[in-house]
Design a protein around this ligand. Sequence first.
Ligand SMILES: [Ca+2]
Ligand SMILES: [Ca+2]
Length: 94
Amino acid sequence: MLALLLFASAAPVLAQATPASLKTPPPALGLFERDWVLMNWALKYYDANRDILLQPDEAQAAADAFRKLADKDSDGRVTPQEYRSARADILSHD
Ligand SMILES: [Ca+2]
Ligand SMILES: [Ca+2]
């Protein structure tokens, strides 16, 4: 069921007029420090030593996973639209 919903939300997005503004990903940890939704998600799945803190390697793993999850068109970049969509997916799963 969740997989179906994910596929539904991954409907093809038409070529965007504006280039991705997140071309250079921020340092991994910054991504999570700025957004508590992502931080909770990262801690839930990627806090390998369960100290409720994201060490740099954990943050990197979580950031990589988030990028894969969010980059629906697999162009290697997460656009603001893709970011919002992935964030909504994460929120709806909790
Ligand atoms: Ca940790
Ligand atoms: Ca993309």
